[in-house]
Every structure is written in structure tokens, then in C-alpha cells.
Write a protein that binds this ligand. Structure first.
Ligand code: HEC
Ligand code: HEC
Length: 390
């Protein structure tokens, strides 16, 4: 029998254990043993502190999930070679019934034939042990918001704005890829980083834990959708190449202001930050510019995200007021603007704007944040200038 005191200590440890998984709240300091002892305790003595009664945690069947295609495989091999490692995939012309395929040395990614769709694609085998580990950690750390079955309707999630993601909808906003679906790495990066200004905090779990959770999340795709659809594209993170404005940041901001209000028309959804009277002087082709009403306010936009079967409308951020969720360094902003935000009105701009314009927009948006966000007096001044004469 444990004394009531030990029981109390155990309870406190569970509470602290759960909290310390948030990077933001990690107060275990620098003694690595403290962490070690504590994770052992979670692992052995208190496997998953308290899943709600009757909630199954074990998954008995493995599953095939759509994997990234040849381009990604070749990229991975090149990356390994650069790091002096043995490439993971080898080309085998006799594989996949003579179709030829890249074969994974670990045996988990294979080119397979989908009979129903009459289509060859790369698929990844995820076994029941990994899915069970992923489910346990998901129930422990994520389900309070994302729901016990990942439907985005957890006990605490019900009250949150923005709503936690419903993983059966297979849409992701901030993974910074061009194709529909993100790679595992893109998802892992997002989970470790969190989303600023939302209840989705940065998660300081081990790389293995996050890998397992990611596989579990992918397995929630309904039949024929997301990672269970042979035709979906899986895209790598958009890489910000060389910064063409290095050393000329002030020019970038000026140019960004023009692109924002001119050719890109970001202000059709986000606010405009220049008084319409001053816009013609700023732009090369002012006659192409559309002026909407209430130019200094963002416009509520439709999205593909659903809560209880209803499509959710999303307000584009006012950069002088709202928190940018997925990072606000020029590089973060370049990646966000280039890749767009899937399932929302925010398009991907890579390809339709030059690299110079994309980087300039990133600098301009960052400048708006630095000059006005959380600075009420400066922001009030800006708003007065914008409304003057309207
Ligand atoms: C306190 C509530 C909360 C918890 C706990 C939580 N999340 Fe989230 N999560 C959110 C919210 C809210 C969003 C939606 C943010 C948005 O749409 O801007 C989100 C979004 C996401 C997204 C989608 C991001 C995108 O680009 O669309 C992923 C993936 C995700 N969470 C994974 C996790 C994982 C994995 C865990 C557990 C380790 C977890 N979350 C725990 C609240 C939470
Ligand atoms: C058709 C409407 C629309 C246009 C045009 C548009 N956006 Fe957006 N943008 C949105 C919406 C909606 C969101 C919010 C998505 C969310 O948070 O779920 C958004 C979000 C953003 C974010 C915040 C991302 C984050 O991490 O939180 C940035 C930065 C951004 N847009 C930049 C731009 C720039 C620069 C342009 C012009 C090149 C632009 N947008 C044009 C609709 C638009």
C-alpha cells in the first residue's frame, strides 16, 4: 500500500510530467538525469496516466499509407550521400512486377499497384506496434484538443478558436509545402514548433514519439482520402533560396509595399496599409488596382475546414494586430507566402511572383509587425492616417 503522501507526490509528478512536455513550460532545468528519471516513470510506472475509461489504446492491424514519390526518394539519397551516409533507396528494374522501382533498404517504402485505381504509387507500411505507440501518445498529449479519434472535437477543443485540426479532413494549413499533403518531416517540424498565438504549443517530445504520432495521425485518413488516396501529391517543404535583398533590407521593405498593394493585391483579403489617396503615387500601374470598401480592415473568407459539418470562415490576419502563426522571420514569411495556406483563401504565390517580389513581401510584412504590433500608440497613428479623408 502506498501512503497518502506518496500518492500525492505521484499525482503531482503526473501533472508536472504532462506540463513539462510543453517546451514553453519546461522547468526541469539543466540536470539531464531529472528528465531521464521522470520519463522512465512515465514509461514504466504510469504508462499513460489516465486515458478515459473504456477508450481502446491498442491497434492490432498495420496499414499501407501513401508515401512521397520518386523525386523525394532521389532527394533523400542525395542528402544521405552529401552527409557521407549510405543511400537508403536502391533502384531495382525488376521490382514492382517489372515496372522498376526504388526499394527501401529498411523495407518500409515500396512501389505498389492499386488494383481498384489501376495505378502504381509508392506506399509505406506502418506496423501495429508503431501505430499503438503513436495512439497512446496521441491520447495522452493531443486528444484533449484534437479528440480521442482525431476528429478535432476533444473535451477542451470544443471551446477553442481557432478549432483544433480534424485529422480526418486531411487538410493542413502551415506545413509549408506546395502539394496537398506534407511529408513526415514537414509535420514533425510543425509539431515541434507549434503555432504562435494559438493553443497549439511547441511539443518537446522525443523525435521517436513525434514520428510515431505522425504515423498515427496519417492513419486517420478515411478510405480514398489523404494518405489513403494513391493520387494525392506529397510535397516537400518549400526552400527559401538565396535572399536577393541581403544588405538592402530597406529597399526590400519599400518594394514589398508596392507589390503588396499593387501586382499581388494582398489587400483584397488582408488590410491595406496605405491611404487610397496615396496609393496611385506608390504604384507603377495604379489603374490596375482595385479599391474595396473598408480597405483598412481584413475581409472574412470562406475555408474548406469544417466544424460539425459547417464550413468555417477565417479572418485573414491584420499584421499590425494579429499574431502570425507560423513564424515571422523573413525566411519563415517567405516560406508561408510562397506555399500559401491550404484549405483557406490564402493562395500559394510561388510561380506567380518573382523570387525578388516574394522576399520583398516577407520583409514588408515583418516590418509591419515590428513597427506596429503591440504598440498601441503607433498603431493608432497608422489607423488615423489610413482613414484620413475617407
Ligand atoms: C491545447 C489544445 C491543443 C493540443 C493539446 C494540441 N493541439 Fe494541435 N492544434 C490545436 C489548434 C487550436 C490547432 C489549429 C491551429 C490553426 O488552425 O491555426 C492545431 C493544429 C494542429 C495541426 C495542424 C497544423 C496545420 O498546419 O494545419 C497538427 C498537425 C497538430 N495540431 C498536431 C498536434 C499534436 C501531434 C498534438 C499532441 C502532441 C497536438 N496537436 C496537441 C490545438 C492543440
Ligand atoms: C484571397 C484572400 C487572400 C489573399 C489575396 C492573400 N491572403 Fe494571406 N491569408 C489569407 C487568409 C484567409 C489567411 C489566414 C489563414 C488562417 O490563419 O487560417 C492568410 C494568412 C496570411 C499570413 C499569415 C500566416 C501565418 O503563419 O499565420 C501571411 C503572412 C499572409 N497571409 C500573407 C499574404 C500576402 C503577403 C499576400 C499577398 C501576396 C496575401 N497573404 C494574400 C487570405 C489571403
Amino acid at each position: 500500500m502506498r501512503s497518502p503522501f506518496t500518492q500525492l507526490v505521484c499525482l503531482a509528478t503526473v501533472a508536472i510530467g504532462t506540463l513539462s512536455s510543453f517546451k514553453a513550460l519546461n522547468f526541469f532545468g539543466s540536470d539531464p538525469r531529472a528528465d531521464e528519471d521522470h520519463s522512465q516513470m512515465i514509461a514504466e510506472e504510469l504508462p499513460h496516466a489516465r486515458p478515459p475509461r473504456g477508450v481502446p489504446l491498442t491497434i492490432t492491424e498495420g496499414t499501407w499509407l501513401r508515401a512521397p514519390g520518386e523525386e523525394w526518394i532521389i532527394q533523400q539519397n542525395e542528402l544521405a550521400r552529401k552527409q557521407g551516409l549510405e543511400p537508403r533507396f536502391t533502384e531495382d528494374p525488376s521490382a514492382a512486377d517489372g515496372e522498376g522501382a526504388w526499394i527501401d533498404s529498411t523495407g518500409f517504402i515500396q512501389k505498389r499497384y492499386d488494383e481498384e485505381e489501376d495505378f502504381w504509387a509508392y506506399w509505406q507500411w506502418v506496423g501495429p506496434a508503431q501505430l499503438t505507440r503513436g495512439r497512446r501518445d496521441f491520447v495522452q498529449f493531443c486528444s484533449s484538443c484534437h479528440g480521442l479519434d482525431g476528429d478535432g472535437y476533444g473535451r477542451s477543443g470544443q471551446w477553442l478558436r481557432p478549432s483544433p485540426r480534424d485529422f480526418r479532413q486531411t487538410n493542413f494549413k502551415f506545413t509549408k509545402v506546395l502539394a496537398n499533403l506534407p511529408t513526415d518531416d514537414a509535420l514533425k517540424r510543425l509539431i515541434k514548433r507549434g503555432l504562435d498565438g494559438t493553443p497549439m504549443l511547441p511539443w518537446d517530445l522525443s523525435d521517436e514519439q513525434i514520428t510515431d504520432i505522425v504515423q498515427y495521425i496519417k492513419s486517420l485518413s478515411p478510405e480514398g482520402m489523404g494518405w489513403r488516396d494513391p493520387f494525392t501529391g506529397i510535397g516537400s517543404i518549400v526552400e527559401a533560396g538565396e535572399n536577393p535583398w541581403a544588405g538592402r533590407e530597406n529597399f526590400a521593405i519599400k518594394h514589398g509595399e508596392k507589390v503588396y498593394h499593387g501586382v499581388a493585391q494582398c489587400m483584397l483579403c488582408h488590410p491595406g496599409y496605405v491611404n487610397p489617396r496615396d496609393l496611385p503615387g506608390l504604384l507603377d500601374q495604379p489603374e490596375d488596382t482595385v479599391y474595396r470598401e473598408n480597405l483598412y480592415l481584413p475581409v472574412l473568407k470562406d475555408s474548406e475546414y469544417e466544424v460539425l459539418g459547417e464550413k468555417v470562415k477565417i479572418l485573414p490576419p491584420d499584421f499590425t494586430f494579429h499574431t502570425i502563426r507560423s513564424g515571422q522571420t523573413p525566411q519563415d514569411l517567405y516560406e508561408t507566402i510562397a506555399s500559401g495556406i491550404k484549405g483557406t483563401a490564402m493562395p500559394a504565390w510561388k510561380g506567380s511572383l518573382s523570387e525578388e517580389d516574394l522576399w520583398a513581401l516577407a520583409y514588408y510584412v515583418q516590418d509591419l509587425v515590428e513597427e506596429y504590433k503591440d504598440k498601441p500608440a503607433e498603431r493608432r497613428g497608422l489607423m488615423e492616417r489610413l482613414r484620413e479623408g475617407l
